[in-house]
Design a protein around this ligand. Structure first.
Ligand SMILES: NC(=O)c1ccc[n+]([C@@H]2O[C@H](COP(=O)([O-])OP(=O)(O)OC[C@H]3O[C@@H](n4cnc5c(N)ncnc54)[C@H](OP(=O)(O)O)[C@@H]3O)[C@@H](O)[C@H]2O)c1
Length: 288
C-alpha cells in the first residue's frame, strides 16, 4: 500500500511541532510541512519535506498540494503580533488551504478549532474559527474539526503569576478545566486521519479547578500559596474597556481568556501528560 501524504500547516507552533514529530514516527505517512520561515522549525527529520509559503496569500500555495491525501491545519493567531486579525488568519488563511486542497483532489481536511467555540461565536476568535468550520463543512471535502481545551502552553499565565507571588482569579476559583499537552493532542490529530468522526471535543486526563492549577504553579516554584479571588465586575469592566478603547487585535486573545475563565471548560478526558510535570519542567527552566 502506498504511503498517505499528509500536508501540515502550522508546524512552527506549539501543537504543530508535536504533530510533525508524531507523523515522522509512522512510516505509513509521508509528511510535508508548509511554514513561513524554515528557520523556525525546531527539529530535523530527514523524512519530512519542508516548504516555505505564506498561507495568508493564496497564490503562494499553488503547486504545493500535488499528491496530498490529507491536510492538517493548526494555523491560527495565539500570540503572534503581525497586525493581522483572526479573520485574516484563522478564517481566510485556512480558507486558502481548503480551496487549494479542493482544487487538488485532497481527500480530507483536519482543522484545529477550540472547545466551546460554537457557544462563543460572539468572541472575535470564535467568530473566525466557527465561520471557517462552516466553510469546511460545506466544502465537499471529508473533514474533522478538533475542538481542544486549553493547551499546557497556555497555562503559562498561572506560572508567571505564581512566580511573582500572587495568582489572581475571577470568582471563587472552583470552575474546572482539563488542559491538554501538545503531544497528547497530536495523537488525536493523527488518529483523525483515518477515522470517520467529524467533530472531536478533547482535553487532558486531569480535570482541575482553577484553584488547583494555581496551587500546582506555586508548588512548581516552591512558593507559598497566595490566591486572590477578584469580583466579576472587575472582569466585566476590563472587558468593556478593552472592547471600547482598543482594536480586536489587542483585545481578542484577552477577551477569550477572560470569558473562558468564568466557564466550566470540561472536555472528554484523554492522554497521559500531567500539568504538574509540565509546570515543574517550566519552572526548572525559569530557575536555571
Ligand atoms: N493554545 C491554546 O491553548 C489553544 C487551545 C485551543 C485551540 N487552539 C488552537 O490550536 C491552533 C494551534 O495553537 P498553538 O498553540 O499551537 O498556536 P501557535 O503555537 O501560535 O502556532 C500557530 C501556528 O500558526 C502559524 N501562523 C499564525 N499566524 C500566521 C500568519 N499570519 N501567517 C502564517 N502562519 C501563521 C504560526 O506560524 P509562525 O510560527 O510563523 O508564527 C504557527 O505555525 C490554533 O488555531 C489555536 O487557536 C489553541
Amino acid at each position: 500500500m502506498s504511503k498517505q501524504k499528509v500536508l501540515l500547516a502550522g508546524a512552527t507552533g506549539y501543537l504543530g511541532r508535536y504533530i510533525a514529530q508524531e507523523l515522522s514516527l509512522f512510516n505509513y505517512f509521508e509528511a510535508k510541512l508548509i511554514v513561513r520561515d524554515k528557520h523556525k522549525v525546531k527539529f530535523d527529520y530527514p523524512n519530512i519535506e519542508i516548504v516555505e509559503a505564506e498561507v495568508t496569500r493564496a497564490e503562494t500555495l499553488v503547486h504545493l498540494f500535488d499528491d496530498v491525501d490529507v491536510v492538517i491545519s493548526s494555523i491560527g493567531i495565539t500570540r503572534q503580533k503581525d497586525g493581522l486579525t483572526y479573520m485574516d488568519v484563522d478564517y481566510q488563511a485556512n480558507v486558502n488551504l481548503i480551496n487549494e486542497a479542493k482544487a487538488n483532489g485532497v481527500r480530507k481536511f483536519i482543522y484545529i478549532s477550540v472547545l466551546n467555540g460554537d457557544k462563543l461565536r460572539q468572541l472575535k476568535i470564535c467568530e473566525a474559527k466557527e465561520k471557517l468550520g462552516d466553510y469546511l463543512k460545506s466544502s465537499g471535502l471529508d473533514y474533522c474539526i478538533i475542538r481542544p481545551n486549553g493547551f499546557f502552553s497556555d497555562m503559562g499565565d498561572f506560572l508567571n503569576m505564581a512566580k511573582s507571588g500572587t495568582v489572581y482569579l475571577f470568582g471563587d476559583g472552583k470552575l474546572s478545566l482539563n488542559p491538554i499537552h501538545g503531544e497528547d493532542l497530536a495523537k488525536v490529530c493523527i488518529d483523525a486521519i483515518n477515522s470517520d468522526i467529524k467533530e472531536i471535543n478533547v482535553g487532558g486526563p486531569d480535570l482541575l479547578s482553577q484553584n488547583a492549577i494555581a496551587e500546582l504553579a506555586f508548588k512548581a516554584y516552591s512558593k507559598p500559596i497566595k490566591i486572590r479571588h477578584l469580583p466579576d465586575w472587575i472582569r466585566r469592566l476590563a472587558l468593556w474597556t478593552m472592547r471600547t478603547f482598543t482594536s480586536s487585535k489587542t483585545y481578542g486573545p484577552i477577551e477569550f481568556f477572560m470569558t473562558t475563565m468564568v466557564m466550566d471548560m470540561q472536555a472528554p478526558q484523554y492522554g497521559k501528560h500531567k500539568l504538574e510535570d509540565f509546570f515543574n519542567e517550566e519552572a526548572k527552566k525559569g530557575l536555571a
